[in-house]
Design a protein around this ligand. Structure first.
Ligand SMILES: *[C@@H]1O[C@H](CO)[C@@H](O)[C@H](O)[C@H]1NC(C)=O
Ligand SMILES: *[C@@H]1O[C@H](CO)[C@@H](O)[C@H](O)[C@H]1NC(C)=O
Ligand SMILES: *[C@@H]1O[C@H](CO)[C@@H](O)[C@H](O)[C@H]1NC(C)=O
Ligand SMILES: *[C@@H]1O[C@H](CO)[C@@H](O)[C@H](O)[C@H]1NC(C)=O
Ligand SMILES: *[C@@H]1O[C@H](CO)[C@@H](O)[C@H](O)[C@H]1NC(C)=O
Ligand SMILES: *[C@@H]1O[C@H](CO)[C@@H](O)[C@H](O)[C@H]1NC(C)=O
Ligand SMILES: *[C@@H]1O[C@H](CO)[C@@H](O)[C@H](O)[C@H]1NC(C)=O
Length: 346
């Protein structure tokens, strides 16, 4: 009995140690900063030479002008808010604008973002135009082909504008195609806002994260629209060789092509194999998942034994029982007692 308790304790300690190791999965390359301010920077991204995969994954951590420091994509003014290892990046991007006073353009800005290896997510974003005498274009490239689209928004009075409604009165929106790169957004006015200037002096336009965009009538006022809007980018790895040849993915990880290959995408992602978790771009980033710790990840009968093995787990019955040890299988049945067998003449 005392021996059993000790083994249980040791097992418990091992379980606790593994749990803390799992919580602290290294996301950056060894010896590299894992964060810039509040943002985690996982490899293949990095802030220093030796810390990123190639020049496309350079993050500039601006410590001189911001406290906490803020990360930017390469040398751009595109602020990085979040990077996920499955190929998403949340950024903040300047909004295009054209503002008028007495029919004269007084403030104008047309952002361009040449994101080379990154595409603007078509599932997460919309192109929106805000204004009452307004139209705007979004231009870019779909592979080698030029892309141009836009929408227009009109309103004769502030009273016709409804919060949360982006259907052409004060705000219009369009979907964008998959695979859009090299964006340029330009805002225009039909009549220099002359007829609507008392309540709407500006046209604003941007590609925005649709889950975070809620049109407000306040956006129509002078400087009423935020300077930057959130935007979702997709990132992937592109190499001359195939993913397998390039050996980008780490141990217990493998190469994945985007599911739907209707685009010009030539890139790929790494993913940890089933039963592993962590950063699949680091050579030993994928760590074994302990399925036994989480009842939703294993099928073992609670009252018996679950053994974690690399990439998987097995169920087994305690001494004196037999069966496969699973909840949905035969479970664990007490072994027939020899004495009983004798009594029954078996
Ligand atoms: C930090 O940001 C400021 C203001 O945007 C800019 O002027 C400066 O060049 C940036 N520094 C670095 C190191 O990027
Ligand atoms: C970053 O994105 C992941 C996945 O969508 C999310 O779980 C996490 O909360 C986000 N982090 C921040 C700081 O927004
Ligand atoms: C609008 O503004 C532009 C430049 O500010 C000017 O050239 C043009 O004549 C104006 N048009 C109208 C209709 O006011
Ligand atoms: C829209 O919401 C803002 C607050 O977010 C409010 O100030 C404004 O009056 C609302 N506009 C309309 C037309 O309801
Ligand atoms: C995980 O990687 C290690 C090291 O290459 C290897 O020994 C092990 O077999 C891998 N696990 C699985 C389940 O493939
Ligand atoms: C992806 O490409 C392969 C080979 O080019 C093709 O056989 C397959 O049907 C494509 N899948 C989709 C979903 O388009
Ligand atoms: C549990 O077992 C069933 C059938 O044996 C299987 O389909 C299911 O994926 C298992 N669940 C887990 C978490 O392993």
């Amino acid at each position: 009995m005392p021996f059993r308790l000790t083994t249980k304790l040791v097992v418990l300690l091992l379980v606790l140690l593994r749990a803390s190791a799992a919580a602290a999965h290294a996301q950056a390359k060894p010896g590299c900063p894992s964060r810039c301010g509040d943002v985690e920077i996982p490899y293949p991204f990095g802030t220093r030479p030796g810390c990123f995969l190639n020049k496309y994954f350079v993050i500039t951590c601006n410590k001189t002008h911001y406290n906490p420091p803020k990360p930017f994509l390469r040398k751009s003014n595109i602020e990085v808010v979040n990077i996920t290892i499955d190929g998403r990046m949340n950024v903040m991007q300047f909004v295009a604008k054209e503002c008028y006073r007495k029919g004269n353009s007084v403030d104008s800005y047309s952002p361009t973002f040449s994101l080379s290896k990154f595409t603007v997510s078509n599932t997460e974003n919309r192109f929106v135009v805000i204004g009452c005498d307004s139209y705007a274009y979004v231009r870019g490239y779909l592979g080698e082909n030029r892309y141009r689209a836009g929408c227009m928004s009109m309103c004769d009075s502030f009273d016709f504008v409804t919060n949360g409604s982006c259907v052409g009165t004060g705000c219009c929106q369009i979907e964008i195609p998959r695979g859009l790169k090299e964006l340029e957004v330009e805002a225009f006015s039909f009549n220099n806002h002359t007829n609507v200037s008392p309540f709407n002096p500006c046209t604003y336009a941007s590609v925005v994260d649709k889950s975070q965009f809620h049109f407000s009538s306040n956006y129509l006022a002078w400087e009423g629209t935020p300077e930057k809007f959130p935007l979702v980018l997709d990132w992937e790895i592109t190499t001359k060789e195939t993913c397998e040849e390039a050996k980008i993915c780490g141990l217990n990880a493998s190469c994945h092509k985007p599911k739907d290959n209707t685009t010009t995408s030539s890139g790929y992602h790494c993913k940890c194999n089933e039963g592993y978790e962590g950063n699949p771009y680091l050579s030993d980033g994928c760590q074994d998942v302990n399925e036994c710790e989480d009842p939703s990840l294993n099928n073992c009968t609670r009252t018996h034994i679950c053994d974690n093995i690399p990439g998987s787990y097995t169920c087994r019955c305690r001494k004196g029982f037999h069966g496969d040890g699973t909840k949905d299988g035969r479970g664990c049945i007490p072994n027939q007692n020899t004495a009983l067998k004798v009594a029954l003449g078996m």
